[in-house]
Design a protein around this ligand. Structure first.
Ligand code: PSV
Ligand code: MN
Length: 397
């Protein structure tokens, strides 16, 4: 493949890559041990829209912002007009709506898996309201993550909880409007440490199937055991027509929420390759939500998002450069080294100039990080938000 072919493939690949940013990635968040506060962090939903718009301005790839109901629209549906005004003002649309069933005290023993029917009913009502918020905003996806689980053997009835989950997701599915989807996220650990009600992709898939045709599985790349083959999960879910989207992040140990590709870029490449191989074979890509789920505690939040998006673009282009026809032939003939080299050769290409050329052709900065730094935006928000954000800083002597 010559440089001209590379260029054309890169342009086609990048034109169809959109990445959704998480509103919470712009706010001051931390670990369970504490928060290191940033002067420039977003403290309101408006600031989150404004910051997301900066990332979109320099990368051209992030037209939507995922919202967490409790953190962004605590007033529920009544706040929809306010969100719509922000969408207009900042040119960013609301993306996936994330109900919050893990922070309220009442969810200590779970939400829709709670043994107390009154708590399950309250969780259901929050879920129903979240569907309504999504419907009014024109958001396609309701992104569901449940912290439900238990910490000690024998303390919860695992099968009964599974049944309550199936029942609740089925009822929620019935509330979906046209075009809406339920995305079911799984996670094997944290905050529960003995059992998590939806611990892996198989459990999420079973629940999604039982809920109905518009329920799909959401793969958060940080939600796996060490050593798990994530691209195989992706390939199986694609084949089952039940992959709904991703929460992208990287990790070294657990759900570390590190910048995409910072620890294992080849892992991201292999996932992208499975998606693109599927699209090539089917003649069209799967309908997926590509979302980031990262909270940066130490890096500058907007810079880290720009870095994430640019890394995704670079790895997406590398995956697009895999010689698919040759790969299929090598696989058929079991030419192992040649098949593997289809992947490693593409991964070895320096895709940065290809992404930069695409960006310039689209009127975007060739170097988005530099463009962001030169814009003065960070200095301005640091000045405007600094006093408020740092007023609660405590230094222990
Ligand atoms: C849980 O770890 C998770 O991945 C879910 O997607 C949440 O909504 C998100 O993080 C933010 O806490
Ligand atoms: Mn997630």
């Amino acid at each position: 493949m010559g440089p001209h072919a590379h260029h054309e493939i890169a342009v086609a690949a990048l034109d169809r890559l959109a990445i959704e940013l998480p509103s919470w990635g712009f706010a001051n968040t931390g670990t369970r041990f504490g928060k290191f506060l940033q002067a420039a962090a977003a403290g309101t939903i408006e600031e989150k829209f404004a910051d997301a718009a900066q990332v979109h301005r320099v990368t051209g790839a992030c037209p939507t912002l995922a919202l967490h109901v409790l953190w962004d629209v605590p007033g529920g549906v009544d706040e929809v007009p306010r969100v719509q005004a922000l969408e207009q003002r900042y040119g960013i649309r609301a993306g996936a709506i994330n109900p919050n069933l893990f922070q309220d005290q009442r969810y200590k023993h779970g939400s829709i898996g709670n043994p107390d029917p009154a708590v399950r009913a309250e969780a259901m009502s929050h879920l129903r309201e979240s569907v309504e918020i999504a419907r009014q905003l024109g958001s396609r996806d309701l992104s569901l993550w449940f912290a439900d689980g238990s910490n000690y053997p024998g303390t919860q009835h695992i099968r009964r909880r599974k049944q309550w989950f199936a029942e609740a997701l089925g009822m929620l599915h019935e509330r979906l409007g046209p075009g809406q989807r339920l995305l079911v996220e799984y996670k094997p650990f944290e905050p529960a440490f003995y059992h998590t009600d939806i611990a892996d992709w198989g459990m999420a898939l079973l629940l999604a199937r039982e809920a109905g045709p518009h329920a799909h599985v959401l793969v958060d790349t940080g939600h796996h055991y060490q050593g798990q083959n994530i691209e195989q999960i992706v390939a199986w879910l694609l084949d089952e027509q039940r992959l709904g989207g991703f929460h992208f992040n990287d990790r070294r140990y657990a759900d570390d929420d590190l910048t995409l590709g910072s620890i294992d870029p080849y892992q991201v490449f292999r996932i992208f390759h499975e998606l693109q191989q599927y699209a090539w074979e089917q003649g069209q890509p799967a309908d997926l939500a590509f979302m980031v789920d990262q909270s940066h505690n130490l890096k500058g939040k907007i810079e880290a998002m720009v870095q994430t998006v640019r890394t995704a673009q670079e790895l997406w282009v590398k995956a697009a450069l895999v010689d698919r026809a040759a790969l299929v032939e090598h696989q058929r003939a079991c030419r192992l080294v040649d098949a593997e080299r289809c992947l490693t050769d593409a991964f070895a290409v320096d895709s940065r100039p290809l992404v930069a050329a695409w960006a310039e052709a689209r009127g975007l900065p060739a170097d988005p990080l530099q463009a962001f730094r030169e814009s003065g935006y960070l200095e301005e928000i640091t000045r405007l938000r600094g006093d408020r954000n740092l007023s609660s800083v405590t230094t222990y002597a």
